[in-house]
Design a binder for this molecule. Structure first.
Ligand code: UDX
Length: 440
């Protein structure tokens, strides 16, 4: 099949590369000429396991090509994926400028029938808006070319994106047309072999499904974090509580890990965008606001624990920080708890000695060279002479460090663990002051 993917960010690039992998002829379009040039050489702008190999295979096999020419892109595909960004506006609403600009371009350049597939996370009603924009552009050209607009949100997780695309747990397709359902079934057949993962519904429900999934997961995390804070006051251990409630299959073990707050490109943005939608429709949605405010508070918890241990004024102190990415296996630092922590520490005059297995370049890009930030070569170098070690991200490499060595390197044996990686009793026995989340 001939497929065009417009937008080569996380979602677009993974979608394009995986669709090429199964034999389709995929043309990926992006406005950023530098990015397109690098992608043609197989240079991937993001850290994502398996993606470089899949992209390379597509390029070498001649099935995956890149261009900045949107007219050629619209010409190429019988399926046209819209996978451009929907960054949040000041007020939290999703900015649809890029999505609608693509719709205009499709309307201007389309020459034969096509299915336009919206993969970007967009507010309910956007499929309808895209349809109207394409129709308006066609009217201006004085032609009628049949086209359909489908909502097909992506559920990939950073760090497991290729796997999520190749082996999806569901493929949501929002369309009211029987003919389109059949075409979409054919498109996704290679990823839908063992169990039928396709779930068809109307476009508005498909759009809301994406937000509902992310908001449900964010709610689980915020509720756990709120319970963790309460557990500290009550002298309970949230890790025991987690095991106790996870055993109930109605609750389940996943996404109930307390921590230092959720980050990333999806949860914070989508919770806010849905809240905004509710406000727009004069519908009260107090839970959504609470999920966000609990998360904002949680991102400050590590700083507060440090202050409890070291005092309000951190001038002249050095803090070792393990983990900068918002979660392991990515270099993405969007809305990462580490940023809130570092910025808080700097305000208090502390010096940060940080290490992350993947996000060092990204940290440099965001903060530049500054006297109060030292990016260290390895986890131990970060602890050299530090007054405390704080853990923000649960990278595997942090799970079993040499505690004796840590004790020698740290100026004070203080560990604040935002991911509950260690056994408190063991650490105390080893002579550390150890503070996790929701346990004492
Ligand atoms: C998420 C959704 O999982 C995905 O389906 C959607 O398409 C995009 O958003 P992603 O942002 O890549 O994916 O990250 P995810 O692995 O879901 O983690 C999100 C955040 O929640 C991270 O900051 C993580 O540390 C935090 N988290 C996750 C917890 O604090 N506790 C948990 O139990 C699980």
């Amino acid at each position: 099949m001939k497929i065009t993917v417009i937008g080569t960010g996380y979602v677009g690039l993974v979608t394009g590369a995986c669709l090429a992998q199964v034999g389709n002829q995929v043309l990926c379009i992006d406005v950023d000429a530098d990015k397109v040039a690098r992608l043609r050489d197989g240079i991937i702008p993001i850290h994502e396991p398996d993606l470089p190999a899949v992209v390379q295979e597509g390029i070498v096999g001649g099935r995956l090509t890149f261009s900045t020419d949107i007219a050629a892109g619209v010409e190429h595909g019988e399926f046209l994926f819209i996978a451009v960004g929907t960054p949040p506006d000041e007020d939290g609403s999703a900015d649809l400028r890029h999505v609608l600009a693509v719709a205009d371009a499709v309307g201007r350049h389309i020459q034969r029938p096509a299915i336009v597939i919206n993969k970007s996370t967009v507010p309910v009603g956007t499929a309808q808006k895209v349809r109207e924009r394409i129709a308006a552009a066609l009217r201006e050209r004085d032609t009628t070319i049949p086209f359909e607009v489908v909502s097909n949100p992506e559920f990939l997780k950073e760090g497991a994106a290729v796997d999520d695309f190749m082996k999806p747990d569901r493929i949501i397709v929002g369309t009211d047309s029987e003919a389109v359902r059949e075409r979409m079934r054919a498109l996704y057949a290679p990823f839908n072999r063992n169990h039928d993962r396709l779930i068809f519904m109307d476009p508005a429900s498909a759009e809301l499904t994406k937000y509902a999934a992310n908001v449900m997961l964010a709610t689980k995390i915020s509720l756990m974090n709120e319970l963790a804070g309460l557990a500290e006051h009550l002298g309970a251990d949230i890790e025991e509580v987690r095991r106790g409630i996870g055993a109930d299959p109605r609750i389940g073990y996943s996404f109930i890990y307390p921590g230092c707050g959720y980050g990333g490109s999806c949860f914070p943005k989508d919770v806010r965008a849905l809240e905004y939608s509710a406000r727009q429709h004069h519908y009260e949605a107090p839970l959504l606001a609470a999920v966000e405010s609990v998360n904002n508070r949680q991102k400050r918890v590590l700083e507060h624990k440090l202050v409890d241990a070291l005092g309000e004024d951190l001038k002249g102190l050095s803090i070792a920080l393990w983990g900068l990415a918002f979660k392991p296996n990515t270099d993405d630092m969007r809305e990462a708890p580490s940023r809130v922590l570092m910025e808080g520490l700097w305000r208090r005059g502390a010096h940060v000695q940080a290490y992350d297995p993947a996000a060092m370049d990204e940290t440099r890009r965001i903060y530049g060279e500054r006297a109060d930030l030292q990016l260290c070569a390895d986890p131990y170098a970060a602890c050299q002479g530090a007054d405390a070690l704080v853990i923000c991200t649960e990278w595997q490499v942090f799970r079993s460090p040499d505690f004796n060595r840590l004790k020698e390197l740290l100026r004070r044996p203080l560990i604040i663990d935002g991911r509950n990686l260690y056994d408190p009793a063991r650490l105390r026995k080893a002579g550390f002051a150890y503070h996790g989340i929701g346990r004492s």
